[in-house]
Ligand binder design. Structure first.
Ligand code: C2E
Ligand code: MG
Ligand code: MG
Length: 705
């Protein structure tokens, strides 16, 4: 150790000694003078451990006064002095004990004692005590302050690195030249199960989820082969405890002083939270959070892909548009929580019924879409297959669901549009499927319909007509016609007001065409109000006419009008404004009105009936009204539908129906009106059955009032 030290602190010591020998021999310098030139300090102790020699460097380096050493003091004196100066710290008696212990030990063993300490001035000195052959010792001192500073800086940097790796979530790693892990520090180093899993292995030897094939690692291996740095190489592992983690590795080559590759070193980082956050964002961006199905944006992508696939393969694909028939009512009646459950259940049923590769999405609200691909190259066959799936979906959704003890019915209306190429935009395909879906609704709901071009044509026309209708009312194109209602003796008892639209270019648009349209858009409220006002003004005018003053005027009402909360008030308002006698007004309702909220209907009818207004049930026999309700409605008249009147002479069945209606009306205390009487034969047959009022071309066609 001391040899090493000497050779280390006296570089080229042999050559230096030879040079010194030469200088002394030549007499240019005395040995003492030479020793004073040394950068090392020494003190020679005699056999009693008194100072017997020293060089000038000893005085300077140890900061001892010459007077002290000149007096040949015991080593104890020197130590005492150093202690007083603050160069040697600790208990003095103890210090002296240790000095003597080492002097004896050095003499006994012949091995030098090497030690180091820092003086009050901040010098770090390395001392060595050696035994001299003739007894006594020599003590040398070397100023190693610089060396000590380098060492402590090194230690500090090592500590800094350690605390960095300890504190941070990252870890430090090293590979050997074969890319095998040889070392982990920090987080990874503390986890035995993890280090066990990786140490001695190359990164690609550890099974990973995202890079399962050897070629997945080619890019990293190429970078390493070129001794390049690599940054954030992301690997996903399943840990023994089942956790799935993402690590990002960055590394840089490690070379020795000759520039030879010793391996790689770098840092690893657990990026699982970031990856999870990314996945959550992805989910939010592309999936519907309520049902987990694709959202509109994601579905757009799928349809785009399906279009390219269909263009390549020549196989037709289909988009099924599914709308729940009464979802709004469910939401209103049971609340949103139940509504949400219905939507989730619907999503599950859809998933259960279609193939796994069929994509399902929710566009929002109660609108779902299913994408069916690879149906067939033949259009008819494709349509048939899509229809089969559509029917399967319908059958699955038609089943009542039980939510919180409630049996809920959420039947679907389904529209299907086929597509094969890439020309159309998803929105256009969707619009076609949507139109077909409306057709299902029009067909009575809980149905599957296909889009065909005529549908589109009709839709365009409908939109056009709706616009024209509003304009037409403003321009006075609507006119009320009247058709007489007569008694058994042919005397006019009243009129039915029938609306006509005298269209400037389309001639007359029949009510069967524009009334449903007006109902669909809600325009019927405006139109119906206008009809009522016209009719009541007419009634008021008849009052002054001796021929007409006792006539009744029938006005047709739409279900939508009756559903308005202010229905009763608005009728009463019109009656008051015009001064019409309520007892002359007869309102005609159809049975479809009884499908919804019967109690509300009854209450409104009662309120008006109390003022004398009469009610007739129109087109009776064609609907599906439960006879039970009939009894509860304040109806005064039943109108036998034209279809029974037409064949009343030829078809015994129709005659039987007409007779049954007449009997029923009698038992309910209602008056029957036969509609569509075109011949005298029909008139007489019905009169013979006891019918009291008649209406039809036989007595008069509808004409302007
Ligand atoms: P509705 O109330 O059953 O009216 C009777 C329909 O039968 C009228 O058709 C009338 O012209 C027709 N008709 C009368 N006698 C005969 C006949 O002998 N033979 C044949 N073949 N037909 C006859 P229109 O005027 O085309 O009205 C059709 C339907 O439109 C009406 O059926 C009614 O439901 C509805 N409607 C008409 N005006 C209005 C209105 O102002 N408001 C509402 N909401 N609906 C209306
Ligand atoms: Mg009518
Ligand atoms: Mg009718």
């Amino acid at each position: 150790m001391s040899d090493l030290l000497f050779s280390a602190t006296l570089p080229g010591s042999l050559a230096a000694l030879e040079a010194a020998d030469e200088v002394v021999r030549s007499g240019r310098l005395s040995v003492a003078e030479l020793l004073d030139q040394l950068r090392h300090a020494f003190i020679v102790l005699g056999s009693e451990a008194r100072v017997v020699g020293y060089n000038a460097t000893a005085l300077a380096m140890l900061g001892l006064p010459e007077s002290l050493l000149e007096a040949r003091p015991l080593i104890d004196e020197v130590v005492r002095w150093q202690h007083a100066q603050g160069d040697l710290r600790g208990d003095l008696a103890h210090l002296l004990d240790r000095v003597w212990y080492h002097l004896r030990r050095v003499r006994q063993t012949g091995t030098p004692h090497v030690y180091s300490y820092t003086t009050a001035q901040g010098l770090t000195l390395q001392g060595a005590t050696m035994a001299l052959p003739g007894g006594g010792w020599v003590r040398t001192y070397t100023d190693i302050t610089k060396h000590a500073q380098t060492l402590s800086a090194l230690r500090e940097s090592e500590e800094r690195f350690r605390s960095l790796t300890e504190l941070s979530a990252d870890w430090y790693w090293e590979w050997d030249t074969e890319c095998r892990y040889t070392r982990f520090d920090g987080r990874m180093g503390r986890d035995d199960t993890l280090t066990e899993r990786f140490l001695g292995l190359r990164p690609w030897d550890v099974p990973s989820l995202n890079l399962p094939r050897p070629e997945d690692w080619a890019a990293l291996q190429a970078a390493v082969a070129r001794r390049q740095q690599f940054l954030r190489w992301e690997v996903q592992h399943r840990l023994p405890d089942g956790r799935i983690v993402w690590f990002a590795l960055s590394g840089t080559p490690m070379c020795d002083s000759q520039g030879r590759l010793r391996g790689y070193r770098g840092v690893g980082r657990d990026i699982t939270p970031r990856k999870e956050a990314e996945a959550a964002v992805h989910r939010l961006a592309f999936y519907d959070s309520l049902t987990g199905l694709f959202n509109r944006r994601a579905f757009q992508d799928r349809v785009g892909q399906a279009q390219s696939a269909a263009a390549r393969s020549g196989l037709w694909a289909a988009l099924c548009f599914i709308d729940l028939d009464n979802f709004k009512d469910i939401n209103d009646a049971y609340g949103h929580a139940v509504g949400d459950k219905v939507l989730r259940e619907t999503a599950q049923r859809l998933q259960a019924v279609v193939r796994r590769e069929d994509n399902i999405g929710r566009l929002g609200g109660d609108e779902f879409i299913v994408l069916l691909e690879g149906l067939s190259q033949d259009r008819e066959q494709a349509a048939w297959r899509a229809k089969v799936v559509g029917e399967k979906i319908r059958a699955a959704l038609e089943q009542p669901l039980s939510v919180e003890g409630n049996e809920v019915l959420a039947t679907p209306s389904i529209g299907i549009a086929l597509f094969a190429g890439e020309e159309e935009r998803m929105e256009d395909i969707l619009r076609r499927a949507d139109l077909a879906m409306y057709e299902s609704k029009a067909a009575g709901r809980n149905a599957v319909r296909f889009f065909d071009p005529a549908l589109q044509e009709r839709a365009i026309q409908r939109a056009e007509l709706q616009r024209e209708m509003r304009q037409g009312l403003r321009d006075g194109e609507f006119v009320l016609y009247g058709q007489p209602v007569v008694d058994a003796r042919g005397r006019i008892k009243g009129q039915e007001a029938l609306l006509r639209w005298i269209h400037p270019t389309r001639a007359q648009v029949p009510p069967a065409q524009f009334i449903p349209l007006a109902e669909e858009s809600g325009f019927i409220l405006t139109l119906g109000h206008w009809v009522l006002k016209q009719a009541c003004s007419l009634l008021a005018a008849w009052h002054a006419d001796p021929v007409r003053r006792d006539w009744k005027l029938s006005v047709n009402l739409s279900a939508r009008q009756l559903k308005q909360p202010d229905f009763v008030d608005s009728i009463v308002g019109v009656l008051q404004q015009t001064g019409a006698d309520p007892a002359r007004l007869k309102l005609e309702l159809t049975e479809s009105l009884l499908l919804h909220d019967v109690e509300d209907t009854i209450a409104k009818m009662e309120a008006l009936a109390a003022r004398g207004v009469q009610f007739a049930l129109d087109d009776f026999g064609t609907g599906y009204s439960s006879l039970g309700y009939l009894k509860r409605l304040p109806l005064t008249h039943l109108k036998i539908d034209r279809s029974f009147v037409r064949d009343v002479l030829e078809d015994p069945n129709d005659a039987a129906i007409a007779r049954a209606i007449l009997n029923l009306a009698e038992s309910l205390d209602m008056v029957v009106v036969a509609e569509g009487v075109e011949t005298v034969g029909q008139f007489e047959a019905l009169r013979g059955m006891g019918c009291q009022l008649f209406q039809g071309y036989h007595f008069g066609k509808p004409q302007p009032f």
